[in-house]
Design a protein around this ligand. Structure first.
Ligand code: SF4
Ligand SMILES: [Zn+2]
Length: 360
């Protein structure tokens, strides 16, 4: 498939330009307030050292917008090293001061894939978290093909009734966009099967298992208006099949990706922040499930952008309103430029920012 060849080629060049990281360089952590299933509470975020996403390391070259694999070791890491780095990060934060905390474990790929995170390391990490006594939620990420009953059985044997959320990068409910423009390599049906399996295990085995969908805002070769529509449509779909939460990830330009190649050639621009606000406000008004909006890269040259006057204010508002789940009410002069773009981008079939049309 053409898109896979292009991804593989660009990924290969990126690997040649950059040395892989050491496990110590990959490991990272931070400690913040976040919206949990129990309201706002302290959350520990840990990036585990891993070789990198199997999808990106394989023949497909990975997804068109993702460069996580460039921040990994590319080589297997022994479990002892993973655990040492994990424990070092655990000790950096005052987590014992809280009654309840949530822990998000990022594997820069699939936490549930034993080739990315060996089972013995996974078991020991979960055991350590359970023994802390105050961890009420554990959140991980995985592609749907690794959401399997035997793996979830192994996990719940250790974590008991602790809440366990699996976040899956569905990105869009549109199969054509996901397969041909994102190069995700799985279908909506694959995602739905994983969600249904989790729902079945919750019901039949009593697992405290939740699902979250990541929704990517503005893949390549899509106009601003289509990007808004598709993201909202995807949230409606997730709600309809009983996904527990959705998280919107607006595009930012990562190095060594297909999206970067198009952006450098002037054929792609990340979404307006107004588009992201339109999406989150519509979803919060229309749907009951919690909806989060990621603000990584907002206001930067490579991220979602409005204008110098409002970028920062809006970023802060979005972060605050993720916790309260309220709508974003704000105005700025640049809004009319955004409106001109979304009202006209479909008319001239352009996927790039429109700068020269009359704004009246
Ligand atoms: S978006 Fe997820 S599945 Fe795709 S390459 Fe990145 S980590 Fe892998
Ligand atoms: Zn503005």
């Amino acid at each position: 498939m053409e898109i896979e060849k292009l991804c593989k080629d660009i990924r290969q060049r990126a690997f040649e330009r950059k040395d892989p990281k050491t496990p110590e360089q990959v490991g990272a952590s931070w400690y913040n307030d976040d919206l949990t299933y129990n309201g706002v509470s302290k959350t520990l975020f840990v990036i585990l050292p891993t070789p990198g996403c199997a999808w990106a390391l394989g023949d497909s070259g990975g997804c068109t917008m993702c460069s996580y694999v460039s921040d990994c070791t590319l080589e297997p890491i022994d479990s002892e090293t993973i655990l040492r780095i994990f424990n070092e990060h655990l000790q950096r934060h005052p987590i014992s001061e809280e009654d309840k905390i949530s822990v998000k474990l990022f594997a820069s790929g699939s936490f549930l894939n034993p080739y990315e995170l060996p089972k013995d390391a996974r078991d020991q990490i979960l055991q350590t978290l359970v023994e802390l006594g105050n961890v009420t939620e554990i959140i991980v990420e995985s592609r749907p093909e690794y959401v399997k009953e035997d793996v979830l059985d192994e996990i719940f044997e250790i974590i008991g009734d602790t809440l366990f959320e699996v976040s899956i990068g569905l990105e869009t409910s549109n199969d054509y966009t996901r397969l041909k423009k994102i190069n995700k390599g799985f279908t909506k049906q694959d995602f739905e099967d994983a969600v249904k399996l989790m729902q079945k295990l919750s019901k039949e085995k009593g697992y405290n298992l939740k699902s979250k969908a990541y929704i990517f805002v503005k893949p390549i070769l899509i106009s601003e208006a289509q990007a808004i529509e598709e993201a909202i449509e995807t949230a409606r779909y997730c709600n309809s099949i009983g996904v527990n939460r959705v998280s919107f990830c607006p595009a930012t330009i990562h190095g060594g990706t297909v999206i970067e190649r198009l952006w450098r050639q002037g054929a792609y621009q990340p979404p307006w922040i107004w588009s992201c606000i339109e999406i989150i406000n519509t979803v919060r008004e229309e749907l009951e499930i919690p909806a989060l909006l990621d603000t990584s890269g907002f206001g930067s040259r490579r991220g979602p952008y409005n204008c110098k006057k409002c970028n920062k204010d809006l970023k802060h508002m979005i972060i605050a309103n993720n916790l309260t789940q309220s709508k974003i009410e704000y105005d700025c002069e640049c809004k009319k430029e955004w409106l001109a773009e979304i009202e006209n981008s479909d008319m001239n079939s352009s996927t790039v920012e429109i700068k020269h049309i009359p704004l009246y």
